[in-house]
Design a protein around this ligand. Structure first.
Ligand SMILES: [Zn+2]
Ligand SMILES: [Zn+2]
Length: 368
């Protein structure tokens, strides 16, 4: 269905147009004429963190992808603060997001980047989604009483808590309107557009490190803007992993928040992808781009390049075997052997990377 024939959603159009105007210009005008206090940006920032985290770690990584188990109090926190993002209910959001993953870059993808940056960013919300309200792909969520409670009350939560509470806090601190503008409108505009960047920028800007066939990209700048959701190529390749940025230095506050929940006993079963599998995806994505060149490379140099690629593949096979062995040893829990086995697996991963990267370098140097 083309956007021209789809039915426009005027409530969404008006809400999404007015919130940034009131949020940015209204807040600026009011603050300039009525005075600035530090509690105003602080209120906006704290609410942004609570609500943003409920979208990233809650709506996205827990409800949509089940990448860990969250306790009931945590789920209730996500349900309440997530509703304040004005991004619809958990059920609606997650069902659409699962469709996005299943049909990425194709017609059924609600925020299909092939229709352009602005479509993926915001225009898709201006039209009624033909598949919207169909929850066949989310039987697990339909069974969850917290999700169904939030489905019924999310609009009330948005109005009463999302706009009412910051107004009340502002009133207590001497300026109710400033509370509403900073903690309500401006905060919603910021949450909206940072979340929307995941559907637009993260499908356009950066490198398709883990899957060259889909538009999802890894980009640390987008990660900075989105509480860690910018490592989107990895996420589309391994959506069940609770992390998006897998290295310790990758900016991913949602991953740190989930680890923090685990350390205080509020989350469990954090799912991660085996390191050799990650390397395998990365190598395949890199080789996929030069597939033809690799096949056509002639002479002894061509032979040598293909030999290195084969070596890399073999190292990864060994690494995978060792990884499975380490998981078994770890599950048995009796021996400390598993650490040594894991170290050996990592060694093979590193050797594989050296081989396929050197093969790529050699290929680049070959005359076309
Ligand atoms: Zn995506
Ligand atoms: Zn996702």
């Amino acid at each position: 269905m083309s956007p021209k024939t789809a039915e426009k959603d005027w409530v969404n159009i008006i809400f999404l147009s007015l919130t940034p105007i009131i949020g940015v210009f209204g807040t600026a005008a009011w603050t300039m004429t009525h005075g600035f206090h530090w509690w105003m940006p602080a209120l906006c920032a704290v609410l942004y963190l609570f609500v943003g985290m409920s979208i990233c770690a809650g709506y996205h990584r827990f409800f949509s992808h089940k990448s860990y188990e969250a306790s009931a109090p945590v789920q209730i926190f996500f349900a309440i603060f997530g509703a304040l993002a004005a991004e619809n209910s958990i059920l609606w959001w997650s069902a659409s997001h699962r469709v996005h993953h299943k049909h990425v870059d194709h017609d059924w993808d609600p925020y299909n980047i092939q229709r352009g940056f602005w479509w993926a960013h915001i225009l898709w919300i201006f039209y009624r989604n033909p598949a919207g309200g169909n929850f066949d792909n989310s039987p697990d969520l339909v069974k969850n009483p917290i999700v169904m409670w939030q489905y019924k009350w999310h609009k009330v939560l948005l109005i009463v808590v999302g706009f009412g509470v910051p107004t009340l806090i502002g009133w207590a601190l001497g300026d109710a309107m400033a509370g509403l503008l900073w903690g309500g409108f401006l905060r919603i505009a910021v949450i909206h557009h940072t979340t929307f960047f995941v559907n637009s920028l993260a499908h356009q800007l950066g490198k398709p490190l883990y899957n060259a066939e889909v538009s999802a990209r890894d980009n640390w700048v987008v990660a900075l803007l989105t509480l860690g959701e910018g490592y989107h190529s990895f996420h589309h390749r391994f959506p069940a992993d609770f992390r998006n940025g897998i290295r310790w230095y990758h900016w991913d506050p949602a991953k740190w928040f989930i680890s923090g929940l685990k350390s205080v006993g509020l989350a469990s079963d954090l799912r991660t992808t085996a390191e050799p599998q990650i390397e395998q995806a990365r190598m395949s994505a890199a080789l996929r781009v030069v597939e033809e060149q690799l096949e056509k490379a002639e002479g002894s140099m061509g032979e040598e390049i293909r030999r290195r690629v084969n070596q890399a593949v073999r190292h990864l096979e060994t690494a995978l075997k060792l990884w499975r062995q380490h998981a078994e040893e770890r599950a048995e829990g009796v021996s400390r052997e598993w650490r040594a086995t894991r170290r050996r697996a990592f060694r093979h991963v590193r050797q594989s990377r050296r081989q396929w990267k050197s093969a790529l370098r050699a290929l680049e140097q070959m005359p076309a």
